[in-house]
Design a protein around this ligand. Structure first.
Ligand code: HEC
Ligand code: HEC
Length: 258
């Protein structure tokens, strides 16, 4: 049993007194401790996620499948869905043509721009969520395996630094909740390890489907820090760190989360 919550509350209570110096701790969650967020759900929510008919996330997967096979220069004119199985588990990924780290959303938007001559879709639009959910779902069950060396290395270091940096009025870093206090309770919720493998996911609190970046924005807002834009380089770098930290966890999207 993990009963670390009093320590967290102390941290929160003392935050007001703490100075604003940044704090970087480099101790990563050990690989053998890694648990999917679904472990911390109630049995009902876990069952809902597993039910392909009742899980509302599959509405976005289905819509994504329609978009994938629809229109003039459709995605499926270049990609066979089978050939994209496993692709999502390797994202974020550095792309030499773009000279940037791309997550799945950014990769899909680049295909629209370069290969379909279409404008990029807005980050939290239903269309981009649907296409991302469709492509992510093709990797369901595949273990996350991202590359963090070579050109990806500076992004990885930037993402890791963000994860360990205290921020906001509560002066808390991601690791203080998701490495040091997972299994504890916070505002009626069980704190998980903050793993990215269920996303994009349907969040009951939102009553809709959303991106990993939207979920991270809520955590930044939760410590009363200014969140970054969804799709920003810093969040894609953070996503790369999260995917590396979750290496070996199976892709679950479309997940259901509280
Ligand atoms: C004050 C504690 C706290 C801090 C600090 C915090 N989070 Fe969270 N986070 C939560 C809670 C509570 C939830 C919802 C329950 C859960 O899944 O852990 C959550 C959920 C998540 C999830 C969804 C996990 C899943 O399985 O769906 C991710 C990803 C996440 N956080 C990442 C982050 C990142 C990245 C940071 C730093 C930028 C961060 N969190 C900072 C408390 C925190
Ligand atoms: C005209 C051909 C073409 C079209 C249309 C196209 N793509 Fe692509 N896609 C590519 C090529 C080529 C790549 C390899 C990267 C590159 O060179 O841009 C790629 C890469 C990808 C990848 C990464 C695969 C991997 O293994 O890393 C995904 C995911 C993807 N496309 C999804 C889509 C989606 C979704 C659409 C429709 C919105 C789409 N593509 C439309 C040609 C296309």
């Amino acid at each position: 049993m993990r009963r670390r919550l009093p320590a967290l509350l102390l941290v929160v209570a003392s935050a007001a007194l703490a100075d604003t110096r940044s704090f970087v701790d480099q101790s990563d969650l050990p690989a053998e401790a890694v648990r999917s967020g679904s472990v911390f759900l109630t049995a009902e929510t876990r069952a809902l996620q597993a039910d392909g008919f009742a899980n509302p996330g599959y509405l976005w997967v289905e819509r994504g499948g329609e978009l994938f096979n629809d229109g003039d220069k459709v995605c499926s004119s270049c990609h066979q869905a089978d050939a994209l199985a496993g692709a999502a588990a390797r994202y974020p990924q550095y792309d030499a043509v773009a000279g940037a780290l791309l997550n799945l959303e950014a990769r899909i938007n680049l295909c629209r721009q370069h290969h379909q001559e279409l404008p990029p879709l807005a980050y939290e639009s239903d269309e981009l969520l649907a296409l991302t959910a469709y492509v992510a779902n093709l990797s369901q069950g595949r273990p996350l395996t991202v590359a963090v060396d070579g050109d990806a290395a500076p992004f990885f270091e930037q993402g890791r630094a963000y994860y360990f940096q205290r921020r906001g009025q509560l002066n808390l870093a991601c690791n203080q909740c998701h490495d040091d206090n997972w299994g504890g309770k916070l505002r009626g919720d069980t704190i998980s390890q903050g793993q990215p493998n269920a996303w994009p996911a349907y969040r009951l609190e939102w009553q809709t489907f959303g991106s990993l970046h939207r979920r991270i924005r809520d955590c930044d807002v939760g410590v009363r820090a200014e969140p970054h834009e969804s799709g920003s380089e810093i969040y894609i770098s953070l996503e790369l760190y999260l995917a590396w930290r979750a290496r070996g966890l199976a892709v679950e999207s479309p997940g259901i989360r509280r």
